[in-house]
Design a protein around this ligand. Sequence first.
Ligand SMILES: C[S@@+](CC[C@H](N)C(=O)[O-])C[C@H]1O[C@@H](n2cnc3c(N)ncnc32)[C@H](O)[C@@H]1O
Length: 206
Amino acid sequence: MTRSTGTLVGYWDRMAPTYDRRMAGIERRFFADSRRWVCGRARGATLEIAVGTGANIPHYPDGIELTGIDWSPTMLLAARRQADRIHPGVSLQRADASDLPFPAETFDTVVCTFALCCIPDERAALVEALRVLRPGGRLLLADHVVASFWPLRALQHAVDLVSVPLHSEHYTRRPVTTLAGLGVVIEETERLTLGAIERVHAGKPH
Ligand SMILES: C[S@@+](CC[C@H](N)C(=O)[O-])C[C@H]1O[C@@H](n2cnc3c(N)ncnc32)[C@H](O)[C@@H]1O
């Protein structure tokens, strides 16, 4: 069973007001360093897919030309508040990651962090990310992925049985394996935390 788009957007809308507070411990311990890794590699016109509450915004370099999309209006409101404090020029708009409202080859960098785990059609989102990326551009990802440590991997498969039908939250995906079939060049990868977090820098060939 998969949830409808409306149900999932409603779920993220309800999560938005408490999201940063709930995630604070995990954020400090497991996510923040990956945000620095990803955002520090962003160059030029940058699109962030599924921007959420804007947790990456403080980590981008000064002068970044940033556009963020998310399908949850309430998440976007939180991201707007975050952007106004740090990078007021950030443009934010409502869109579905699987059907981006931008022409092909618009951005120098596309970023997506901790969201390919819950975007219902991960492959469609990656195809869209690559479509809007210019040749020579960078695709920068960080996410929790299927672990390399088997006991944790077994637990993730068990959790997926509940979390996927409930909220489309996947613990056993690994975007770099999906990317392998999409014609990109993998420039760098790092896998941390028993293999359960992975960062990827992929290039779109000229
Ligand atoms: C776990 S939060 C992560 C937010 C942010 N990327 C971060 O690193 O903190 C997942 C976000 O993905 C968004 N999302 C999920 N599926 C989406 C889709 N198909 N299109 C746009 N946004 C989506 C949700 O609304 C939510 O804001």
